[in-house]
Structure formats: C-alpha cells, structure tokens
Write a protein that binds this ligand. Structure first.
Ligand SMILES: [Zn+2]
Length: 386
C-alpha cells in the first residue's frame, strides 16, 4: 500500500472521531497512542484538568537534544448550523478531494505524520522525531499551553517545530498573536438625580476605553522596521462596551470587550503593563475613593502568543529546502507556533490544505496536498537519519 493510501485510510479513521473542542478527544488520543506505540515511539499522555481531554507527546528514536517536533491539534470546530452535503464525520472522496470536518484543519497533517511511521525505522534515527498532538486549539490553544509548560522542564530540548496547519504547503514564519479580554467594572447603582449617591460604572469604563485608545496610538510607533504584517503594527480593537439600564439610573455595572494582536512579544508586555499600571495607579484608586467596594476585574478570554519572524530560523530553512519553495510569508491566522517558540524552538508553519476551507461546511483537503506533505515528512525523516 502506498503511503498516500495509508494516510487516506488513517484520515478516514480520524474524521470518525467527532473531536469538536467542547467534547472529549480521548478516543482519538488512544488511537494515536496505539499507532505510535506500535511504531516504537515512547508516548506520554497529559490530561486536562477535567480528565475528558488530553495532549499526546511521543518520541521516536534516540533520547537526545535536537530533533524535530511535528505538531498538530486534534480538535475541530463545530458543524452546527452548517450545511454539509454529506455526513461531516464520515470522510468522502470526490474529484481528488477528501471531504469531512477536520480534513484540512488539521487531521490531514496528523494522518500524514502517522503514515510516515510505517517508513521510519526508529533505530536508524540519529536524532529524535517528536510528535505533539494537542486539545482545545480552536478555543484558545489551551492544550498547547499546558504541554509547553510541561516541556519547559523536559530533559530533552527539541530544536525545530513544524506546525502542520493548512498553508497549502507554503512556508510561513510568522503570525500575530491574539489576546482577548473582558474587563468588568463594578460601581454603585443610584438615581440619576443624585450623582453623589452612586458610582457610575459606565463612566469609568469609558475612561478605560480612552486609555486603551492612547495605548493603541503608542503601538504604531513601536512597529518593527520592515514588518510584513498588514498592518505592520500591533492592532487593538474595542469590540464592545456594555452597561446601564435606563436614562435616569446610574449604572452600577459595565464591561468592555477588547482584544489586541501583538506583532512582537515586547508589545504584549507593553500593552498589559500599561493597562495594569493605569488601573492600579489611577483608575481604581479614583473609583474606590468614591465607593470603597468599587472594582475592576479583567477576565482573560484567550491569549495566543504570536509567532515572531526571526532572522535565523532553522525550521524555516529546513522546510524551504525540503519543499523547494522560494518564498516565506506571514499569515493572519494564529497557531500554537508562538508557544513552542517561547520555549526556545525554531518554528515554521507548513501543512496540507488551505485555510479558506477550514471551519467551513464541506471542508476538504486535496489528495495532492497530502502527497506534498508526505514528501516533506519523508525528507524530515531522512534528515534525522543522516
Ligand atoms: Zn487549525
């Protein structure tokens, strides 16, 4: 059986696990574990706090530093309210395309990783080949965050990480981060005719928003030279400002929904630092002077680190060489790549299928894309064996 038909068979199996982010991925993790164990890999399972989801980390070959990580997420986005031609959890082949939820984002890549196992002799590897398969990527990279925490104190230090998100096998070296928050303001409700008897939460929320807009202006000047992102600076958006019940009532509660997309890690520190300082040194003391129980609480909805393009990047250079691509680009969507970069790995994003098909009804991946991916993975295995 060719490696491509093997990958196709495995993908059919993986699609049958309905690993929507809210649901368990344990059956799929068990399947991955079985396949990797049979191939001679050492497998570690890391459960989430509820015990209903897990990450998988596996190592094939010698226990040495260096080596390459192949990384993918096991979860998929929901199919509710989408109009699918056929069952999204039963893969179908039409016109060279494999249809099903997750074929492109990103079980196609995981299937290629497993198909590769048949061709790799563990004891020929000079450096290790690692596999990182995570949960809850689509809901804020939660699985990768705890995996990376574990890897931080891990005895082996992998050098390179390849994130197989759908890029049409183009080589991607960077993306912005995505940090989302809801900030809650608690004041004191009262009658509009007696302003001193209440504390207007909406007014403080407005001051907070004004400060965020000042921070946003500062971000433009911080844009790295020759940045390729569009726009090249860290953006900040106010997505919502809610509060109040009627014209003549002092609102006791308000909340602001906001996000920013850092182009560099230092902008993350800048924004969070500026905002924290303003709240602690200015806004909150001002509120509490008028009403001691007043409060401002920021809830983190999700923080996905950006993947910062680097001058030297072994992962990018390797994948360029293996795919024969000449161009390196950046993309608008976020991945788990920044997390792996944060623990010292060189990271590149390159995988089969196109982001345009991800998350859509009738999601598909072309067989030709899987074939290209298998070629790249062959090259990686050959590299580790030499
Ligand atoms: Zn994805």
């Amino acid at each position: 059986m060719s490696t491509l038909s093997r990958a196709q068979d495995i993908l059919g199996d993986l699609i049958r696990f309905p690993t929507i982010s809210v649901d368990s991925n344990l059956q799929m993790i068990e399947y991955l574990k079985q396949t990797l164990t049979v191939a001679g890999a050492e497998v570690m399972i890391q459960s989430d706090p509820t015990g209903t989801k897990a990450n998988l980390w596996a190592t094939l070959g010698p226990k040495l530093d260096g080596g390459i990580v192949l990384s993918g997420h096991t979860d998929v986005v929901p199919v509710a309210d989408q109009d699918w031609t056929e069952d999204p959890f039963e893969m179908s082949l039409r016109d060279g395309r494999l249809y099903g939820r997750g074929t492109c984002d990103m079980k196609g890549f995981i299937a290629c990783c497993l198909a590769l196992l048949e061709k790799v002799e563990a004891d020929t590897l000079q450096r290790p080949l690692h596999f990182a398969f995570t949960y809850d990527e689509e809901t804020g990279c939660l699985g990768a965050q705890s995996l990376v925490e574990e890897l931080r104190s891990f005895p082996l230090k992998p050098a390179i990480c390849i994130i197989g998100e759908p890029t049409g096998m183009r080589v991607i070296e960077g993306h912005k981060g995505c940090c989302e928050y809801t900030t809650h303001f608690t004041g004191l409700e009262g009658h509009g005719s007696a302003p001193d008897a209440g504390l207007n939460a909406v007014e403080y929320a407005v001051k907070y928003v004004s400060h965020l807009l000042e921070v946003r202006e500062g971000l433009k000047a911080r844009a790295p030279e020759n940045g390729r992102f569009d726009p090249p600076w860290t953006t900040l958006n106010i997505g919502g400002l809610h509060g109040g019940v009627a014209h003549n009532v002092i609102p006791g509660k308000a909340h602001v929904e906001w996000e920013f997309r850092p182009v560099q890690n230092s902008d993350y520190d800048y924004v969070t630092g500026e905002v924290r300082r303003y709240v602690q040194e200015t806004l909150l003391p001002e509120m509490q002077k008028n009403w001691p129980d007043a409060n401002i609480v920021t809830e983190t909805i999700g923080e996905v680190a950006g993947l910062e393009p680097m001058d030297t990047n072994e992962a990018r250079d390797l994948v360029l060489a293996l795919t024969g691509e000449n161009d390196v680009d950046v993309v608008a969507f976020a991945t788990e790549g920044g997390l792996f970069q944060s623990i010292g790995m060189d990271v590149v994003v390159c995988g089969p299928g196109y982001i345009a098909q991800a998350h859509k009804p009738d999601e598909y991946v072309e067989l030709s894309q899987l074939a290209e991916c298998l070629d790249m993975l062959d090259g990686i295995a050959a590299r580790l064996a030499s």
